[in-house]
Design a protein around this ligand. Structure first.
Ligand SMILES: [Zn+2]
Length: 294
């Protein structure tokens, strides 16, 4: 019993670092992480023909849908991020909102998927009301899990800090770009371009912090703040477009950047290795790339 308590304490500590959120220092967030750790999907039944896919009892059909999408989703992430997965990823799919909230590390039903401690956790919404989003959200979360896997492979315990120190705009932007828009579906590229032209731009920096919030933040927030999901999705779309620009404008540089990141280099260093440039200058080029003749 004591052994289990110690493991949970260690796991929570790691998760705090891995999620890298300032809010994790507050009690409610810590409670959600402990809850997630208690409810890791690994303990749920798994499909007999795909042991990576765990499901809440009653979610077997959902698990089968995910298993069917999985090989193509994994191949897409591996091709885009330049390597196979360091470890097989465990997934958890849920049919009841309470079980999902207890397992996803945030305690919230708002995200339709999370990557918690290297596991991909998928909301009941992706089986019911938002079924169409499932393929892209699965790829989005696998993008996060792929990086988490490599950083823990490269650096052991300290990797959790390594993941947290990658800028959120990059992690989310990469996941959006690799998944063809997963997580940013509700704001179009044209809308985001117009927002960027108005100066409603995300904050671009080259080092995350253990104390930074998990969101992608704005340098200057959009004038439109309603509905409440709008600024969040706009930020994801801008981040996704910037990462797509980085990849499409210089693929060899992007590949060098990914190798350096997956090897555990700090982001600023990885960017220099990749692009021989700094992030502010690259963002400026991205902004200008949208100013051409229309
Ligand atoms: Zn994400």
């Amino acid at each position: 019993m004591l052994g289990r308590a110690v493991r949970i304490a260690a796991g929570v500590l790691l998760a705090l670092i891995m999620i890298g959120t300032g809010t994790a220092l507050s009690l409610p967030a810590t409670r959600h992480i402990i809850s997630g750790w208690w409810n890791l999907p690994d303990r749920l039944p798994a499909l007999s023909d795909n042991v990576a896919v765990h499901y809440e009892p009653g979610a077997e059909d959902y698990a089968r849908d995910v298993a069917e999408l999985l090989p193509a989703a994994i191949a897409r992430v591996e091709a885009a991020q330049g390597r196979p997965f360091a470890y097989p990823v465990a997934l958890g799919v849920y049919v009841t909102p309470d079980a999902y909230a207890a397992a996803n590390g945030t305690g919230s039903l708002a995200p339709v998927g999370t990557t918690f401690f290297g596991r991909v956790i998928l909301s009941p919404k992706l089986f019911w009301t938002q079924r169409r989003r499932l393929p892209a959200i699965l790829i989005h979360e696998l993008s996060h899990a792929h990086i988490q896997g490599w950083l823990s492979h490269a650096q052991g315990w300290t990797s959790a800090g390594g993941y947290a120190r990658l800028p959120n705009w990059f992690k989310e932007g990469l996941a959006v770009a690799v998944s063809g828009g997963g997580g940013a579906e509700l704001v179009s590229e044209a809308e985001a371009r117009a927002a960027i032209r108005r100066g409603e731009q995300i904050e671009i920096y080259d080092a995350g912090s253990l104390l930074s919030l998990p969101d992608v933040r704005f340098e200057r927030p959009p004038a439109r703040l309603e509905p409440s999901w709008y600024p969040v999705v706009l930020a994801y779309r801008e981040a996704g477009m910037f990462v797509s620009y980085l990849r499409e404008s210089d693929r060899p540089a992007f590949d060098r950047l990914m190798v350096a990141i997956l090897d555990g280099r700090p982001f600023a260093e990885a960017l220099t290795i990749g692009y021989h440039d700094n992030v502010q200058s690259l963002w400026q080029k991205f902004v200008e790339s949208g100013d051409g003749p229309k």
